[in-house]
Design a protein around this ligand. Structure first.
Ligand code: CA
Length: 220
């Protein structure tokens, strides 16, 4: 899961980035509306968390422009305004959900999971089951035949991205964007190393290599 956070309150953005990161969510952050539009078009996130009061333009305008450009990425509004009218306007402009500041992290996570299920090919609940592997996006538990598997955070994030998109090939670039935020230093074979470790834990057959492209999991 890779989120674009659009928020001009830098300390709030920092706090959110850390809190979400602990939950296996990669967050990239911009503080302005124009940057947000540019990023969504060039480096599409899975979900956008959008503050409405931005320094260069109104968040509602950002939503309108993205929807006019046929961008369907789920948008969750983070609003300090709290007024019913702003919320309604946001949803009317094409936002998917909203959360009034201040909010608790568990509530934000629950809203994110709802949007996550909408974009997943497999998830009807917080639990995704494919073959003998089950992955719970709420408890972050992974089990095989009821035995719990101990995965590193990167392994978990990778497996989740593949299982949520089972039946679709995930390119290397996309998977890397799920694991690392911008500017993080990553060795060129880091992804292969994680895949190697994952296969040792869940069996070599589960994740298929699509040579020169990336990886996939069959949707069975
Ligand atoms: Ca603001």
């Amino acid at each position: 899961m890779q989120i674009l956070l659009v928020e001009d309150d830098i300390s709030l953005a920092d706090g959110l980035q850390h809190a979400l990161n602990r939950e296996g969510i990669t967050v990239n952050h911009v503080a302005k509306g124009k940057e947000a539009i540019h990023v969504v078009e060039t480096f599409p996130p899975d979900i956008v968390l959008l503050d409405l009061g931005l320094p260069d333009m109104d968040g509602l305008e950002v939503i309108k422009i993205l929807r006019q450009k046929k961008v369907t990425t789920p948008i969750l509004i983070l609003t300090a305004r709290g007024s019913v009218q702003d919320t309604v306007s946001g949803l009317d402009c094409g936002a998917d959900d909203y959360l009034a500041k201040p909010f608790e992290i568990p509530e934000l996570l629950a809203r994110i999971r709802v949007l996550e299920r909408r974009i997943s090919t497999t998830a009807e609940s917080n639990k995704i089951i494919i073959g003998s592997i089950s992955l719970d996006t709420e408890s972050m538990q992974v089990k095989t035949d009821d035995r719990e598997l101990i995965l590193s955070k990167s392994e978990y994030m990778l497996l989740k991205a593949l299982m949520q998109n089972a039946g679709r090939v995930q390119t290397r670039e996309h998977l890397e964007s799920q694991l690392y935020s911008w500017g993080e230093e990553v060795s060129s074979n880091a992804l292969e190393v994680h895949i190697h470790h994952l296969r040792k834990k869940i069996g070599v057959e589960f994740i298929k290599t699509i040579r020169g492209v990336g990886y996939t999991i069959n949707k069975v």
